[in-house]
Design a protein around this ligand. Structure first.
Ligand code: SF4
Ligand code: SF4
Length: 435
């Protein structure tokens, strides 16, 4: 029975919808004692997890119960911010011996797995380990909703926020372009750009034909001259990150002192990464081994650094080098920093620093319909190997029909998000035109 449930999840192409895209069925082969619902949405201006949980609590909890049953966990913990008082009250009816709710403070990055596991259970994940090493499995709200749906994953919930007159959370077909989505919104600035998946951990999109995948969490519209956009542009290349590290880092250490991974005992030291950029060339980069464990939350660059430098970029240069060359960190067990509780960055303060307090921090879920001619469905929307097409150009397909099958264990199938005609099967995507 449990095996069949896991197989259904695999066949439906359910992957981590919080951004990681790891195939859910593979994750569910483990045996944690505790599963944690990650509802600690912490990216400023994004609201889709909380909206989904408010609108479809029974379905999300059903998915949660299923993963408790599949893994044989003793306990399920819902990690939700304490500021969502109404929703906390609403979810109380689902609490029992097996399911508990842990209210979490409103700070960034509460949704980081290492942080969430510590807050929810008091267990500290050691450097380089997964939540499973402390008996935990973490799953995103939308992933649980998709598990409960028992249908192929063909839609995505995203928040559209920032410089729009009515920020909303909407359900869109996978493969729809940002351009087609934004046509339905009134944009309140003349020259705008878009940041995908959040101001902190997202990326600046140069092309509005970018499409929504199973991993997309939101679209933030900002004026082209907004401070956040300028910051993203300034550090678009590694060269710029290194050049400014050499020129201006005064080694004040603020970046490390605010780093959430450092505060949770991980050996991440962005100030060391900056120093290494000052004193090493690109060919032979000096690296601090612990920087492998940077979670790329961007707090050091967008919040901590008083000089407006890019310690995150410098740390990620080291992280990539360490992963590519399989260089491991070895050290003694770590402990939480005594200042962990006092150096959390409140979301409001972060929003002030990002200069986005003028945008409404809400995104109610509304059922909008969108006008579009085609969807382009990427074959790689997940961690692992891309899916392999099983359809041909000219074929007619129905919504939910299999388009490409998983290749190997760490992979996921993709399905048609609309009914229509296959207009192209390319190396990286399948295009369906509306009939
Ligand atoms: S906070 Fe900025 S200036 Fe200070 S050490 Fe870090 S990168 Fe350098
Ligand atoms: S991005 Fe910066 S603050 Fe975040 S984990 Fe990495 S080094 Fe630490």
């Amino acid at each position: 029975m449990m095996k069949q449930l896991r197989e259904t999840i695999r066949e439906n192409g359910v992957v981590g919808a919080g951004g990681a895209g790891f195939p859910a069925a593979v994750k569910l082969e483990s045996s944690p004692d505790t599963v944690i619902m990650n509802a600690a949405e912490c990216e400023p201006l994004l609201h889709k997890d909380v909206q989904l949980l408010s609108r479809y609590p029974s379905q999300v909890i059903e998915g949660f119960k299923q993963i408790i049953d599949i893994t044989g966990a003793r306990l399920g913990i819902i990690g939700l911010k304490e500021k969502h008082k109404k929703l906390l009250q609403q979810l109380k009816s689902f609490e029992n011996d097996q399911i508990r709710i842990i209210p979490i403070g409103d700070f960034y990055p509460a949704g980081d797995e290492v942080t969430l596991v510590y807050l929810a259970t008091g267990r500290l994940i050691q450097p380089g380990n997964l939540p499973l090493s402390v008996g935990c499995l973490v799953q995103n709200v939308e992933t649980l909703y998709n598990i409960a749906l028992k249908k192929p994953v063909v839609d995505k919930f995203i928040t559209v926020g920032g410089a729009v007159d009515r920020p909303l959370t909407v359900r869109v077909p996978v493969g729809i372009s940002y351009r087609d989505i934004l046509q339905t919104f009134n944009i309140t600035t003349a020259n705008y750009v878009v940041i995908s998946n959040g101001l902190m951990m997202g990326c600046l999109e140069s092309d509005l034909d970018t499409v929504v995948t199973k991993r997309t969490g939101g679209i933030i519209v900002l004026p082209v001259d907004h401070a956040c956009v300028q910051m993203y542009k300034r550090y678009e290349t590694e060269r710029q990150t290194i050049r400014l590290a050499k020129a201006a880092c005064d080694q004040c250490n603020f970046c490390t002192e605010f780093c959430p991974r450092y505060l949770l005992g991980q050996p991440v030291r962005p100030e060391t990464a900056m120093r290494n950029r000052m004193f090493s060339s690109g060919d032979e980069p000096a690296v601090a081994l612990g920087n492998r464990f940077c979670c790329e939350c961007n707090l050091c660059t967008l919040y901590a650094c008083p000089e407006g430098l890019d310690p995150k970029g410098a740390t990620v240069i080291e992280k990539r080098h360490l992963i590519q060359n399989n260089i491991l960190w070895e050290g003694l067990p770590r402990q939480v920093h005594p200042m962990f509780d006092y150096r959390r960055v409140p979301t409001k303060k972060l929003m002030q620093r990002l200069d986005v307090l003028q945008y409404p921090d809400k995104g109610p879920l509304e059922d909008l319909s969108f006008t579009f001619r085609k969807v382009s469905i990427p074959l790689l929307q997940h961690a692992g190997a891309p899916a392999k097409p099983v359809v041909k150009e000219g074929e007619t397909v129905q919504r939910y029909q299999l388009l490409a099958e998983a290749q190997g264990k760490i992979s996921a199938p993709v399905h048609a998000s609309i009914s229509g005609t296959i207009a192209g099967v390319e190396h990286d995507k399948i295009v369906i035109e509306v009939k």
